[in-house]
Design a protein around this ligand. Structure first.
Ligand code: GUN
Length: 293
Protein backbone atom coordinates (compact mmCIF):
# COMPACT_ATOMS: atom_id res chain seq x y z
CA UNK A 1 0.00 0.00 0.00
CA UNK A 2 1.27 3.44 -0.90
CA UNK A 3 -0.03 6.69 0.52
CA UNK A 4 -0.59 9.37 -2.11
CA UNK A 5 1.06 12.44 -0.63
CA UNK A 6 -1.05 15.45 -1.57
CA UNK A 7 1.16 17.79 0.41
CA UNK A 8 4.26 16.75 -1.50
CA UNK A 9 2.61 16.92 -4.93
CA UNK A 10 0.77 20.19 -4.27
CA UNK A 11 4.06 21.76 -3.13
CA UNK A 12 5.73 20.47 -6.30
CA UNK A 13 2.97 21.96 -8.47
CA UNK A 14 3.15 25.28 -6.63
CA UNK A 15 6.95 25.40 -6.94
CA UNK A 16 6.68 24.74 -10.70
CA UNK A 17 4.18 27.59 -10.95
CA UNK A 18 6.41 29.92 -8.90
CA UNK A 19 9.31 29.30 -11.29
CA UNK A 20 7.01 29.97 -14.29
CA UNK A 21 5.84 33.27 -12.81
CA UNK A 22 9.40 34.33 -11.99
CA UNK A 23 10.35 33.70 -15.63
CA UNK A 24 7.30 35.62 -16.90
CA UNK A 25 8.12 38.62 -14.72
CA UNK A 26 11.77 38.63 -15.85
CA UNK A 27 10.55 38.68 -19.43
CA UNK A 28 8.30 41.65 -18.67
CA UNK A 29 5.06 39.62 -18.81
CA UNK A 30 1.92 40.11 -16.78
CA UNK A 31 1.70 38.96 -13.18
CA UNK A 32 -1.25 36.52 -12.91
CA UNK A 33 -4.06 38.03 -10.83
CA UNK A 34 -6.75 35.95 -9.08
CA UNK A 35 -9.77 37.39 -7.30
CA UNK A 36 -11.96 35.56 -4.78
CA UNK A 37 -15.49 36.56 -3.81
CA UNK A 38 -16.53 35.48 -0.31
CA UNK A 39 -20.10 36.07 0.83
CA UNK A 40 -21.05 35.46 4.47
CA UNK A 41 -19.06 33.89 7.27
CA UNK A 42 -18.99 30.14 6.65
CA UNK A 43 -15.95 28.97 8.66
CA UNK A 44 -14.79 26.36 6.15
CA UNK A 45 -15.13 28.82 3.25
CA UNK A 46 -13.06 31.39 5.16
CA UNK A 47 -10.31 28.81 5.64
CA UNK A 48 -10.35 27.75 1.97
CA UNK A 49 -10.28 31.32 0.67
CA UNK A 50 -7.45 32.24 3.08
CA UNK A 51 -5.44 29.30 1.77
CA UNK A 52 -6.08 30.38 -1.85
CA UNK A 53 -4.87 33.92 -1.09
CA UNK A 54 -1.82 32.58 0.76
CA UNK A 55 -0.94 30.32 -2.17
CA UNK A 56 -1.09 33.33 -4.52
CA UNK A 57 1.45 35.09 -2.29
CA UNK A 58 3.73 32.02 -2.20
CA UNK A 59 3.69 31.65 -5.98
CA UNK A 60 4.00 35.35 -6.80
CA UNK A 61 0.46 35.95 -8.11
CA UNK A 62 -1.54 39.06 -7.32
CA UNK A 63 -4.74 38.41 -5.40
CA UNK A 64 -7.85 40.39 -4.53
CA UNK A 65 -10.44 39.41 -1.96
CA UNK A 66 -13.96 40.82 -2.29
CA UNK A 67 -15.98 40.24 0.89
CA UNK A 68 -19.60 40.92 1.69
CA UNK A 69 -21.68 39.83 4.68
CA UNK A 70 -24.39 37.15 4.48
CA UNK A 71 -27.08 39.78 3.80
CA UNK A 72 -25.61 40.76 0.43
CA UNK A 73 -28.32 40.61 -2.23
CA UNK A 74 -28.15 38.61 -5.45
CA UNK A 75 -28.02 41.91 -7.38
CA UNK A 76 -25.01 43.06 -5.34
CA UNK A 77 -23.16 39.82 -6.06
CA UNK A 78 -24.04 40.05 -9.78
CA UNK A 79 -22.64 43.57 -9.77
CA UNK A 80 -19.38 42.37 -8.20
CA UNK A 81 -19.14 39.69 -10.89
CA UNK A 82 -19.78 42.20 -13.64
CA UNK A 83 -17.00 44.44 -12.29
CA UNK A 84 -14.56 41.50 -12.16
CA UNK A 85 -15.56 40.42 -15.68
CA UNK A 86 -14.71 43.92 -16.93
CA UNK A 87 -11.52 44.44 -14.91
CA UNK A 88 -8.65 43.93 -17.33
CA UNK A 89 -6.08 43.25 -14.64
CA UNK A 90 -8.06 40.30 -13.18
CA UNK A 91 -7.20 37.13 -15.11
CA UNK A 92 -9.56 34.82 -13.26
CA UNK A 93 -11.85 34.78 -10.26
CA UNK A 94 -13.89 32.45 -8.11
CA UNK A 95 -17.06 32.83 -6.09
CA UNK A 96 -16.61 30.65 -3.02
CA UNK A 97 -19.48 28.18 -2.48
CA UNK A 98 -21.80 27.63 -0.71
CA UNK A 99 -23.62 30.93 -1.09
CA UNK A 100 -26.38 32.06 1.33
CA UNK A 101 -29.73 30.41 0.49
CA UNK A 102 -31.36 33.58 -0.88
CA UNK A 103 -28.83 33.71 -3.74
CA UNK A 104 -29.37 31.56 -6.85
CA UNK A 105 -26.04 29.82 -7.33
CA UNK A 106 -26.68 28.90 -10.98
CA UNK A 107 -27.48 32.51 -11.83
CA UNK A 108 -24.23 33.61 -10.20
CA UNK A 109 -22.09 31.00 -11.96
CA UNK A 110 -23.65 31.76 -15.34
CA UNK A 111 -22.83 35.45 -14.87
CA UNK A 112 -19.10 34.71 -14.69
CA UNK A 113 -17.24 35.25 -17.97
CA UNK A 114 -16.23 31.68 -18.96
CA UNK A 115 -12.79 33.05 -19.92
CA UNK A 116 -12.26 34.06 -16.27
CA UNK A 117 -14.02 31.05 -14.72
CA UNK A 118 -10.90 29.44 -13.24
CA UNK A 119 -13.11 27.22 -11.05
CA UNK A 120 -14.46 25.60 -14.24
CA UNK A 121 -18.05 25.76 -12.93
CA UNK A 122 -19.67 27.64 -15.86
CA UNK A 123 -21.82 25.44 -18.14
CA UNK A 124 -19.61 26.45 -21.08
CA UNK A 125 -16.52 25.09 -19.35
CA UNK A 126 -18.32 21.92 -18.23
CA UNK A 127 -19.67 21.40 -21.77
CA UNK A 128 -16.28 22.02 -23.37
CA UNK A 129 -14.64 19.62 -20.92
CA UNK A 130 -17.25 16.95 -21.76
CA UNK A 131 -16.46 17.38 -25.45
CA UNK A 132 -12.71 17.23 -24.85
CA UNK A 133 -12.24 20.86 -25.95
CA UNK A 134 -9.84 23.21 -24.13
CA UNK A 135 -11.61 24.26 -20.91
CA UNK A 136 -10.97 25.16 -17.31
CA UNK A 137 -11.34 21.91 -15.40
CA UNK A 138 -12.69 22.36 -11.91
CA UNK A 139 -9.95 22.33 -9.37
CA UNK A 140 -10.73 19.25 -7.25
CA UNK A 141 -11.21 16.80 -10.17
CA UNK A 142 -8.16 18.32 -11.87
CA UNK A 143 -6.18 17.77 -8.66
CA UNK A 144 -7.24 14.11 -8.54
CA UNK A 145 -6.14 13.63 -12.17
CA UNK A 146 -2.78 15.20 -11.35
CA UNK A 147 -2.27 12.83 -8.40
CA UNK A 148 -3.08 9.79 -10.58
CA UNK A 149 -0.65 11.05 -13.23
CA UNK A 150 2.23 11.89 -10.91
CA UNK A 151 1.96 8.52 -9.15
CA UNK A 152 1.78 6.87 -12.62
CA UNK A 153 -1.31 4.92 -11.61
CA UNK A 154 -2.63 2.86 -14.55
CA UNK A 155 -6.21 3.78 -15.47
CA UNK A 156 -6.88 2.47 -19.00
CA UNK A 157 -9.53 -0.25 -19.02
CA UNK A 158 -10.04 -0.02 -15.25
CA UNK A 159 -13.41 0.20 -13.57
CA UNK A 160 -13.68 3.55 -11.80
CA UNK A 161 -16.57 3.94 -9.38
CA UNK A 162 -17.36 7.52 -8.41
CA UNK A 163 -19.50 7.84 -5.28
CA UNK A 164 -21.40 11.14 -5.29
CA UNK A 165 -22.77 13.18 -8.21
CA UNK A 166 -22.06 16.76 -7.15
CA UNK A 167 -21.62 19.34 -9.91
CA UNK A 168 -18.25 20.31 -8.44
CA UNK A 169 -16.67 16.87 -8.05
CA UNK A 170 -18.64 13.69 -8.84
CA UNK A 171 -20.03 14.69 -12.21
CA UNK A 172 -16.82 16.20 -13.69
CA UNK A 173 -14.78 13.34 -12.20
CA UNK A 174 -16.92 10.78 -14.04
CA UNK A 175 -16.53 12.70 -17.32
CA UNK A 176 -12.76 13.00 -16.96
CA UNK A 177 -12.19 9.35 -16.08
CA UNK A 178 -14.00 8.09 -19.19
CA UNK A 179 -12.14 10.39 -21.60
CA UNK A 180 -9.83 8.92 -24.22
CA UNK A 181 -6.70 10.20 -22.44
CA UNK A 182 -4.38 9.47 -19.55
CA UNK A 183 -5.53 9.49 -16.83
CA UNK A 184 -8.81 8.21 -18.19
CA UNK A 185 -10.03 5.47 -20.50
CA UNK A 186 -11.85 3.95 -17.54
CA UNK A 187 -15.18 2.21 -17.51
CA UNK A 188 -17.01 4.59 -15.19
CA UNK A 189 -19.93 4.01 -12.85
CA UNK A 190 -21.36 7.14 -11.23
CA UNK A 191 -23.21 6.22 -8.03
CA UNK A 192 -25.30 8.44 -5.76
CA UNK A 193 -27.76 8.46 -2.87
CA UNK A 194 -30.42 6.53 -4.87
CA UNK A 195 -28.04 3.79 -6.05
CA UNK A 196 -29.18 0.31 -5.07
CA UNK A 197 -26.65 -2.30 -3.91
CA UNK A 198 -23.86 0.26 -3.66
CA UNK A 199 -21.51 -2.19 -1.96
CA UNK A 200 -21.84 -4.70 -4.84
CA UNK A 201 -20.72 -1.94 -7.20
CA UNK A 202 -17.86 -0.51 -5.13
CA UNK A 203 -16.53 -4.04 -4.65
CA UNK A 204 -16.00 -4.19 -8.43
CA UNK A 205 -14.01 -0.95 -8.48
CA UNK A 206 -10.34 -0.83 -9.44
CA UNK A 207 -10.46 2.88 -8.61
CA UNK A 208 -12.91 4.39 -6.09
CA UNK A 209 -13.42 8.14 -5.95
CA UNK A 210 -15.36 8.88 -2.77
CA UNK A 211 -17.02 12.30 -3.01
CA UNK A 212 -20.31 12.17 -1.15
CA UNK A 213 -19.46 14.23 1.92
CA UNK A 214 -20.34 11.62 4.56
CA UNK A 215 -17.50 11.00 7.01
CA UNK A 216 -16.04 7.47 6.96
CA UNK A 217 -18.83 6.14 4.74
CA UNK A 218 -16.57 3.84 2.68
CA UNK A 219 -15.62 0.89 4.87
CA UNK A 220 -13.24 -2.03 4.26
CA UNK A 221 -16.05 -4.43 3.31
CA UNK A 222 -16.91 -2.15 0.35
CA UNK A 223 -13.41 -2.19 -1.16
CA UNK A 224 -11.70 -4.80 -3.34
CA UNK A 225 -8.19 -5.93 -2.41
CA UNK A 226 -5.66 -3.78 -4.32
CA UNK A 227 -8.06 -0.96 -5.24
CA UNK A 228 -6.92 2.64 -5.67
CA UNK A 229 -8.87 4.78 -3.19
CA UNK A 230 -9.23 8.52 -3.72
CA UNK A 231 -10.94 10.32 -0.83
CA UNK A 232 -12.40 13.71 -1.73
CA UNK A 233 -14.41 14.07 1.49
CA UNK A 234 -13.53 16.91 3.85
CA UNK A 235 -16.11 17.24 6.62
CA UNK A 236 -15.62 19.12 9.86
CA UNK A 237 -16.63 17.00 12.85
CA UNK A 238 -16.64 18.20 16.45
CA UNK A 239 -13.49 17.14 18.30
CA UNK A 240 -12.87 18.73 21.69
CA UNK A 241 -9.26 17.47 21.72
CA UNK A 242 -8.36 19.81 18.84
CA UNK A 243 -7.48 23.46 19.35
CA UNK A 244 -9.90 24.45 16.57
CA UNK A 245 -12.67 22.36 18.18
CA UNK A 246 -13.09 20.17 15.10
CA UNK A 247 -11.30 17.47 13.11
CA UNK A 248 -11.35 16.99 9.33
CA UNK A 249 -12.77 13.63 8.25
CA UNK A 250 -12.73 12.06 4.82
CA UNK A 251 -15.41 9.87 3.23
CA UNK A 252 -13.22 6.77 3.71
CA UNK A 253 -12.57 4.89 6.94
CA UNK A 254 -8.86 5.23 6.37
CA UNK A 255 -7.46 2.88 9.04
CA UNK A 256 -9.37 -0.16 7.83
CA UNK A 257 -9.42 0.61 4.10
CA UNK A 258 -5.72 1.53 3.73
CA UNK A 259 -4.33 -2.02 4.26
CA UNK A 260 -6.57 -3.34 1.44
CA UNK A 261 -5.71 -0.63 -1.07
CA UNK A 262 -2.77 -0.31 -3.48
CA UNK A 263 -2.83 3.52 -3.31
CA UNK A 264 -4.84 5.74 -0.99
CA UNK A 265 -5.15 9.48 -0.29
CA UNK A 266 -5.23 10.54 3.37
CA UNK A 267 -7.46 13.26 4.86
CA UNK A 268 -6.08 15.77 5.56
CA UNK A 269 -2.97 15.81 3.36
CA UNK A 270 -4.51 14.36 0.20
CA UNK A 271 -6.87 15.75 -2.40
CA UNK A 272 -7.75 18.95 -0.48
CA UNK A 273 -4.31 20.51 -0.92
CA UNK A 274 -4.38 19.69 -4.63
CA UNK A 275 -7.56 21.72 -5.10
CA UNK A 276 -5.72 24.95 -4.31
CA UNK A 277 -2.70 24.00 -6.44
CA UNK A 278 -5.03 23.27 -9.39
CA UNK A 279 -6.78 26.61 -9.02
CA UNK A 280 -3.37 28.30 -9.20
CA UNK A 281 -2.60 26.29 -12.34
CA UNK A 282 -5.87 27.45 -13.94
CA UNK A 283 -5.05 31.05 -13.02
CA UNK A 284 -1.72 30.83 -14.81
CA UNK A 285 -3.51 29.39 -17.88
CA UNK A 286 -5.95 32.30 -17.70
CA UNK A 287 -3.21 34.94 -17.53
CA UNK A 288 -1.53 33.36 -20.56
CA UNK A 289 -4.85 33.02 -22.42
CA UNK A 290 -4.06 29.37 -23.07
CA UNK A 291 -7.65 28.09 -22.93
CA UNK A 292 -9.41 30.96 -24.70
CA UNK A 293 -7.08 32.76 -27.14
N1 GUN B 1 -16.61 25.18 -2.26
C1 GUN B 1 -16.07 23.95 -2.08
N2 GUN B 1 -15.15 23.69 -3.03
C2 GUN B 1 -15.08 24.79 -3.81
C3 GUN B 1 -14.28 25.13 -4.95
O1 GUN B 1 -13.47 24.38 -5.46
N3 GUN B 1 -14.52 26.37 -5.47
C4 GUN B 1 -15.43 27.23 -4.95
N4 GUN B 1 -15.61 28.41 -5.55
N5 GUN B 1 -16.18 26.93 -3.90
C5 GUN B 1 -15.99 25.72 -3.34
Amino acid sequence: MQIIDGKLISNQVKEELRIEVEKTIKEGGKIPHLAAVLIGDNGASETYVASKIKSCEQIGFKSTLVRRDAHATEEEVLEIINDLNMDEDIDGFIVQLPLPDHIDVDKIIEAIDPKKDVDGFHPINIGRMAKGLPAYISATPYGVMELLKRYEIPTAGKHCVVVGRSQIVGLPMSILMQRNAYPGNCTVTLTHSRTQNLKEITLQADIIVAALGRPEFITADMVKEGAVVIDVGLTRVVDASKKSGFALKGDVKFDEVAPKSSFITPVPGGVGLMTVASLMHNTLLASRKEIYK
